[in-house]
Design a protein around this ligand. Structure first.
Ligand SMILES: NC(=O)c1ccc[n+]([C@@H]2O[C@H](COP(=O)([O-])OP(=O)(O)OC[C@H]3O[C@@H](n4cnc5c(N)ncnc54)[C@H](O)[C@@H]3O)[C@@H](O)[C@H]2O)c1
Ligand SMILES: [Zn+2]
Ligand SMILES: [Zn+2]
Length: 349
């Protein structure tokens, strides 16, 4: 098969590699599209070394069509359209025994901890596959993983009808939190980000979204002003490594300051630096601090909404390039970060 192999950091080659060997309890998937993630952008220059030693095939957001079914597998047929959940949990640790898979201490990801989906084929266990409607565009199937993160965050925060919400970070994760939240609530949603193009995507696609550029206005003040001083029901942090903005607190602290009494803060950003939090500000509101990691079976929910046309995948896709152009795709995103939200790679013939 052909695959995009990261030969050395910053250097992909599109080349012939051996086909995956299908085990009796696996399904072979012919990848149609895969999506480039922020994590891939870190793997590319070697930020994930030694977790991702080269040569290596990245790709953990992917969809395709079943090409072959191992003899022990039931429930799948050749030609089924499927999204691939890249999470491989150990099944043995205390978290797994409680079926709390995102907290698995041995959690691994296809395309991060082992070769992944930037290739024509992957072989995976059937529980990692989720069937999509035959007429769902292949491009959209490849977005199921990132949507799963947005739905999981809303499940963790228990978003309810009429909740008002603020989302720090209108990047890839912030946008899917927005789309998943909109399925649940008619309430006002605030999007906070210094990048105007990302704010525009949110405002153009959804009604009752108020965008706040923290370089122009303090987001906590804006939220208080629009909510009559009350604050929002839930604030999500989807930033991670935050740009420092003069006069504005860090995203997590701003989230705490933006919620109503008894409100919730759900943190997703995976920054490495400590984030200052004044706990008194949270305790006086008796607020809840929640975290959310990857997804936990939300693929089913995501695909149901994608099949029914309730999500806006077009709003996320900035560009589609062929798999053979992978080096160019990564360099293009690096050069013009504010132009490309989701770039999809086409692995069809
Ligand atoms: N918990 C999870 O399951 C999970 C899953 C995927 C990614 N992540 C993490 O979530 C974070 C966001 O990922 P992403 O792919 O959306 O990245 P992204 O780069 O697409 O989005 C981050 C956004 O934050 C904005 N930002 C930077 N500083 C800010 C500030 N001070 N205030 C407001 N906005 C600010 C940036 O302009 C950018 O648009 C990363 O840390 C990533 O590692 C977590
Ligand atoms: Zn990803
Ligand atoms: Zn485990």
């Amino acid at each position: 098969m052909k695959a995009a192999v990261l030969e050395s950091y910053n250097n992909f080659s599109w080349k012939e590699v051996p086909d995956p060997v299908l085990k009796p309890d696996e399904v072979l998937v012919r990848i149609q599209f895969a999506s480039i993630c922020g994590t891939d952008m870190h793997i590319f220059p070697g930020d994930f070394h030694p977790r991702t030693p080269v040569p290596f095939i990245p790709g953990h957001e992917m969809g395709g069509v079943v090409a072959e079914v191992g003899r022990e597998v039931i429930g799948f047929d050749r030609g089924d359209k499927v999204a691939v959940d890249p999470i491989i949990w150990c099944g043995k640790c205390p978290a797994c025994l409680r079926k709390h898979y995102p907290a698995c201490t041995g959690l691994k990801l296809l395309g991060v901890d082992m070769d992944g989906g930037f290739a024509e084929y992957v072989a995976v266990k059937p529980h990692m596959l989720f069937k999509a409607a035959p007429d769902l565009p292949d491009e959209h199937v490849a977005l199921a993983e990132i949507y799963g993160i947005g739905f999981h965050a809303n499940n963790r925060a228990k978003t309810q009808q009429d909740d008002t919400i603020a989302i720090w970070g209108a990047g890839r994760v912030g946008q899917v939190i927005l789309q998943a939240a909109r399925i649940r609530t008619r309430g006002t949603i605030f999007m906070v980000d210094p990048i105007e193009s990302w704010l525009q995507i949110a405002a153009e696609n959804y009604e009752d979204v108020i965008t706040v550029n923290p370089k122009k206005e303090n987001p906590v003040d804006a939220i208080k002003r629009h909510t009559g001083g009350k604050g929002v029901d839930i604030a999500f942090e989807a930033v991670g490594h935050a740009e420092e903005i003069t006069g504005v607190h860090t995203p997590v602290r701003s989230c705490i300051q933006s919620i109503r009494g008894g409100g919730k803060v759900c943190v997703l950003g995976l920054g490495d630096e400590p984030s200052p939090v004044v706990f008194k500000e949270l305790i006086w509101k008796e607020g809840q601090l929640i975290t959310s990691r990857v997804s936990d079976g939300e693929f089913t929910e995501v695909i149901e909404h994608l099949n029914a046309g309730r999500l806006k995948p077009h709003a996320l896709i900035s560009k589609v390039m062929h798999g053979s152009e992978i080096q160019k795709a990564f360099e293009t995103i690096q050069q013009e970060k504010e132009k490309y939200l989701k770039v999809l790679l086409d692995f069809r013939d």
